[in-house]
Design a protein around this ligand. Sequence first.
Ligand code: UDP
Length: 328
Amino acid sequence: MKLAVVTGSAGFIGTNLVKLLLEKEYYVIGIDNFYSSEQWKSELFKENDNYEFIMHDIVKPYIDIVENSRLFKLHGKVDEIYNLACPASPPRYIDLSLETIRINTDGVFNALELAKKHNAKILHTSTSEVYGDPLVHPQVESYRGNVNTVGPRSCYDEGKRISETICYEYKRLFNTKIKLVRIFNTYGPYMDPNDGRVITNFINQALKGENLTIYEEGKQTRSFQYIDDLLEAFLKLMATEDDFYGPINLGNPDEFTIKELAEIVLELIESKSQIDYIKMDANNPYKSSHDPQQRRPDISLAKEKLNWEPKIKLRDGLVKTIEYYKSL
Ligand code: UDP
């Protein structure tokens, strides 16, 4: 049996990952402080003896806290760390901009210190936002990005960029076993309906019969990956040799305009909602000058190294996600 520490365990990806790891008979220690997650998700697994939840702000050190936990005392070591903690929705990280920077600096140091002390593997979650508003399409890992250091998305984009560098330095200096993933837009059950992102907004607007809010003209593109595909890649990556650390793109290369997405959601929900086109203020992260205009991963590296590619088509994933929101 292995013991995994999951930071951001009550978030969208965290909740799905904890569920999967418990199914795979891991011991799981979840850490969260509900800055950008929902408390009820930390209670979903509380009947499972292989799960332990610790409420903690990962910006503050937590080696002692983990070592004093029930599961650590039982198992005696940390095998894997999944460092997920971070607001990931533009409205959320702008509200928590300084926290977002600290999470991606001090928070990453703390996770790496835990990994270093226990010789654990650490999967750190970076993002497609490291490419900014990309001038290369689709985005390949060797592309260095087009990122604004002083704009409403900078706290997240630059935060994630330095987080990759911090991990790389631990690898270089201490041979810490890092795995860096750049996650492209991901969706599925357990997304907070109020997180402000496009799929949650559109589905919940359509279910309530409200108009769908397309920002600007809706010509901007994204590629949407269903959560189960992402998690399969996480586990495959954790099983790779220690000398492979990425960064590696994880996303679904099927690209859609936001307008196309709105039309698919309306069709699947059989909703009579209309579409509102909303002009954004100059400092809004969704103003077209700040909002990446196109995004699609090149996943050749993941295919080669992980023998992985997404299996779940957008319509199929949306149907499952719509079912989830209906059940709430
Ligand atoms: N978007 C939109 N309406 C919404 C929310 C988002 O048109 O209600 C657009 C937004 O302008 C962006 C895309 O959808 O181009 C994805 O936004 P999201 O916040 O989901 O993710 P990110 O911008 O981080 O990719």
